[in-house]
Design a protein around this ligand. Structure first.
Ligand code: AMP
Length: 132
């Protein structure tokens, strides 16, 4: 059965899209731990990130870099952190978590509430800064 991320890639379920190219997509996490929390996903459906073929792992990280720089420009965090977990959705992905203060924990533990309108606004302003 297709993963939820494959369904997003196919356009079968909606997402707050940040960027997309032939091999990758980035969209906002629906249970964010910070404003701009983004998932970077290779379109190829592989469960474990480190099972990706080397060229796809490399291109995924380079795609993540472009998205992280767009998050930095649009949302002005101190920097953007990276979390790799992957135990909930069996489709390789990288979490990009903007860090706004020294006291912010860069983990997936503490979710925050963000309105639908603000999620749409974040997707709009961040996607406008992505340089593919
Ligand atoms: P993990 O597999 O533990 O790295 O976590 C998977 C992440 O995917 C979680 O942070 C979820 O909130 C997120 N997620 C699950 N379904 C969706 C969806 N439909 N759109 C955006 N993010 C999702």
């Amino acid at each position: 059965m297709a993963t939820i991320f494959t369904k997003i890639i196919r356009g079968e379920i909606p997402c707050y899209k940040i960027a997309e190219n032939e091999m990758h997509i980035a969209f906002l996490d629906i249970n964010p731990v910070a404003e701009g929390h983004t998932l970077v996903v290779p379109k190829k459906e592989v469960d474990y990130l480190f099972d990706l073929p080397d060229p796809l792992l490399s291109s995924t990280m380079l795609f993540a870099k472009k998205v992280a720089l767009a998050l930095d420009k649009a949302l002005k965090p101190d920097r953007t952190g990276v979390v790799l977990d992957g135990r909930e959705v069996p489709h390789a992905h990288v979490h990009l978590v903007p860090i706004y203060s020294d006291s912010q924990s860069v983990s997936l533990g503490k979710k925050i509430e963000i309105s639908r309108e603000r999620m749409q606004e974040i997707a709009k302003i961040v996607s406008a800064e992505v340089e593919l």
